[in-house]
Design a protein around this ligand. Structure first.
Ligand SMILES: [Zn+2]
Length: 254
């Protein structure tokens, strides 16, 4: 039975990844989500057998069946990655609160990586849908009081980020935190609580440091997307929650 569900979660992950790829590239370009996918080169409409996650890429040997130009390799990689992570989440957590949270966070991770690195945008709709899902998850597993507290924590984090962004823009004379980062802070506070979300914020600056330094050293005058590092830190805090708790207790009682 375990294997059966493991495979099911893998398939679910890869199908969702394929959908997220469409969401994270069409919405920032102002395109509709409706309508079949096209080949980026020749605009040929893809048939059903060209839309199966991972397999279509292998079956077509990485080329458009119509114009024989190369298909983007990152798509099957993301599909494989999400399939594996959905499946691992199931084996690791079983059917529990952590499993559903994990699926939400993996989804946000993929969506934010694609849209923020490519378009410097964090889409509103995934953040809104995630915060609603997290609210109901907390309600179902821990009761309405916990669910309301999580909303409050989200609001506090939102305000903290708003403050940091305001100060940052005063000091650096340019936008320090994007609107998307500030909205993502809400989801951070909501999912792991105020203290752990702040730990996540600190962690994310360390994660972003090598990339930001690299960009600066190459004299590239472009903004560094912060969203991917925030969501990475949030995922780390979520997965290693107990480790962080041990460290915090150690610091407080010594
Ligand atoms: Zn083509």
């Amino acid at each position: 039975m375990d294997i059966y569900f493991g495979v099911l979660f893998f398939l679910l992950g890869s199908v969702f990844a394929s959908f997220y790829g469409v969401v994270a590239t069409r919405l920032p370009e102002g395109k509709s989500l409706l309508g079949r996918s096209h080949c980026n080169h020749c605009n040929h409409q893809l048939s059903w057998y060209e839309l199966i996650p991972i397999f279509s890429y292998l079956f077509l040997r990485g080329k458009c069946h119509h114009c024989h130009k190369k298909l983007p390799i990152y798509e099957p990689i993301i599909e494989l990655f999400m399939g594996i992570f959905f499946s691992i989440s199931y084996f690791y957590y079983g059917f529990s609160y952590e499993l559903w949270m994990s699926l939400i966070l993996i989804s946000l991770f993929v969506l934010i990586y694609i849209s923020d690195f490519r378009y410097m945008i964090i889409l509103d709709s995934p953040l809104i849908i995630s915060s609603i899902l997290i609210f109901f998850l907390k309600w179902i597993y821990f009761g309405i009081q916990e669910a309301l507290i999580s909303l409050f924590s989200g609001a506090i984090l939102f305000l903290i980020f708003l403050g940091i962004g305001f100060l940052g823009s005063k000091i650096f004379k340019r936008e320090a935190l994007g609107g998307g980062d500030i909205k993502l802070a809400f989801v951070m506070g909501e999912s792991v609580g105020i203290l752990y979300a702040i730990i996540g914020l600190i962690l994310s600056t360390f994660l972003a440091l090598p990339y930001a330094t690299f960009t600066l050293l190459n004299n590239e005058d472009r903004e560094v997307p912060f969203g991917p590092f925030l969501i990475s830190a949030l995922c780390m805090v979520f997965v290693f929650y107990e480790k962080f708790t041990t460290i915090l207790k150690f610091i407080m009682f010594h």
